[in-house]
Write a protein that binds this ligand. Structure first.
Ligand code: C5P
Length: 238
């Protein structure tokens, strides 16, 4: 019974505005996706990794990231789909029955920790579905016709990844979503629709998703600081 990490990294990164997808952009000298994969490579709780990249980028990812950095746990690099959900579905379709737990993590969250991955997997083993999340600390506003209205934040959490599931749970959830034409913004939303419980594990603010240009600048500084703290030369995987 094994634990497989699915890393959706098949976005085109249009909000970032660059020519290359954001997950391939360098962070303190090495591609963002290499930073993310490095954490899963070192995570004791993870046996194998499957990566989904934009169609046509499979060979680049294999050569310039997986082989170059020696990520021996990466079993498959495959083409993702038009949406994140379709990319996750593509990853699930190559998993066999020997897989007990699937842990899904955005390629664009390179500052995830081994500890958080382990805690989410452990919670999923006992409950079936567990996700990293953070309580909302900012006051939330909803804008109607140009006017802001405060939304009660009590009990609200912001979902992150990793999100881990028993394989049968996430496969059933993705199949049902496909049959119903439902699109969710995370994987857990599909499980919630089945009426199954999803438990939250406290995430970390450093585990943010690199989405806009400002995020990339912050990530660059964080990556450089971490490399320096680890005594590694620029470009080393943290
Ligand atoms: O677009 P967003 O920032 O929400 O993407 C989150 C993660 O999902 C990123 O790592 C991105 O590469 C991935 N993704 C994907 N397939 C898509 C769209 C996004 O694997 N079609």
């Amino acid at each position: 019974m094994s634990v497989v990490a699915l890393i959706p990294a098949a976005g085109r990164g249009t909000r970032m505005g660059g020519e290359r997808p954001k997950q391939f952009l360098p962070l303190a000298g090495s591609p963002m996706l290499a930073k993310t994969l490095g954490v899963f490579q070192r995570a004791a709780a993870v046996d194998e990794i499957v990566v989904m990249v934009p169609p046509g980028e499979e060979a680049y990812c294999r050569e310039a990231i997986v082989d170059r950095y020696g990520f021996s746990k990466v079993r498959t690099v495959l083409a993702g789909g038009a949406t994140r959900q379709a990319s996750v579905a593509a990853g699930l379709s190559v998993l066999g029955r020997e897989v007990s737990i699937v842990v899904i993590h955005d390629g664009a969250r390179p500052f995830v920790s081994d500890d958080l991955i382990g805690r989410v997997i452990e919670a999923a083993r006992t409950t079936g579905a567990a996700i990293a999340a953070l309580p909302i600390v900012d006051t939330l506003k909803q804008v109607h016709e140009g006017r802001a209205v405060t939304v009660e934040r009590e009990g609200l959490w912001a979902a992150q990844t990793p999100q881990a599931f028993r394989r049968e749970v996430i496969c059933a959830a993705v199949e049902r979503a496909l049959a119903d034409g439902f699109g969710g913004t995370d994987d857990a939303a599909l499980v919630e629709r089945l009426g199954l419980p999803v438990v939250l594990v406290e995430g970390h603010p450093a585990n943010f998703k690199i989405t806009r240009i400002g995020d990339l600048e912050m990530a660059e500084e964080m990556a450089a600081l971490r490399d320096r703290a680890a005594g590694a030369p620029s470009g080393a995987i943290n």
